[in-house]
Design a binder for this molecule. Structure first.
Ligand code: LER
Ligand code: MN
Length: 271
């Protein structure tokens, strides 16, 4: 069964990003719980921004799971990516993500590599850059496996990365890795820009999908854009997807209304 999830971001530097709840962890969790969400997805500044016992207590109290932890702060705050031409920066990126894997693993949750994948930078060789990406993912995938979790890699749209933009490209790249512990994030907003047909991509490469970001075509909460969820929901059920549909969407028109809209749409398509 597909499970519902809502994002909570606690990183001031990404305040204008596509996250439903902001700043106050407990207030966001209380609202998520009241609306009946199964889980939260967290974006924190670092792996030690929240103490594990405190988060465990809060998850128990509000009867929520931790679905995943984002690593974007590594890029936004520290400028780290897995494909930086400077090997010292790549090493620090691996270390930052590795710590996030440990943090998530304390809750059985995977870490997500989104913006920390980076780009082929001007003047750099694509093949060499992709080999850095493979190196990082192999190392981190093995680390995740040793902690009993997967690692999630997210194909992003062309305005955010020039590495891998589609589910097909992501799936083929994952197949080429030594590690089998890296799964793809199907972010419906990015897919709306890059895929020829979202439903077909899910059906064709569904084996690689480990997490879903649930946002409409304009990155507003589902139902506020022109994505046709009927076929997408049907494709996710056909592939037997049993992970989270996590609302990584703009808090439009405000966080509370965005969360309500999301859970209504979730129930419409997945219950
Ligand atoms: C992260 O999940 C994502 O989708 C990125 O667009 C954020 O920059
Ligand atoms: Mn996303």
């Amino acid at each position: 069964m597909i499970k519902s999830c809502v994002t909570i971001a606690l990183v001031p530097q990404i305040k204008s990003g596509p996250w439903i709840f902001w700043e106050d962890l407990e207030a966001g969790m209380a609202k998520a719980s009241k609306l009946g969400f199964d889980a939260i997805e967290l974006f924190t500044a670092s792996a030690d921004a929240i103490e594990v016992p405190r988060l465990k207590d809060l998850l128990d109290q509000y009867k929520l799971e931790l679905a995943a932890v984002g690593t974007g702060a590594g890029k936004v705050i520290h400028g780290l990516t897995l494909t930086d031409p400077d090997s010292e920066v790549r090493k620090k990126a691996i270390s930052f993500i590795s710590d996030m894997i440990d943090f998530g693993a304390a809750f059985g949750a995977p870490a997500i590599i989104g913006s920390m994948q980076g780009n082929v930078l001007p003047g750099n060789d694509r093949e060499e850059t992709m080999s850095w990406l493979a190196e990082g993912l192999n190392q981190l995938g093995k680390h995740a496996e040793s902690k009993g979790v997967t690692l999630i890699y997210e194909p992003l749209n062309r305005y955010e990365t020039n590495l891998l933009n589609t589910i097909e490209a992501g799936s083929n790249f994952m197949d080429s890795l030594e590690t089998k512990s890296v799964k793809l994030l199907a972010d419906l907003f990015h897919m709306n820009i890059e895929e020829g047909n979202l439903e077909e991509s899910i059906l064709n490469w569904g084996k690689s999908i480990g997490h879903v970001h649930f946002a409409d075509s304009n990155r507003r909460p589902m139902g506020f854009g022109h994505t046709s969820m009927k076929e997408i929901a049907s494709a996710l059920k056909t592939i037997g997807y049993a992970g989270y549909a996590s609302a990584e969407a703009f808090p439009y028109p405000n966080p509370d209304a965005a969360a309500e809209q999301t859970i209504e749409e979730f129930r419409k398509w997945f219950k």
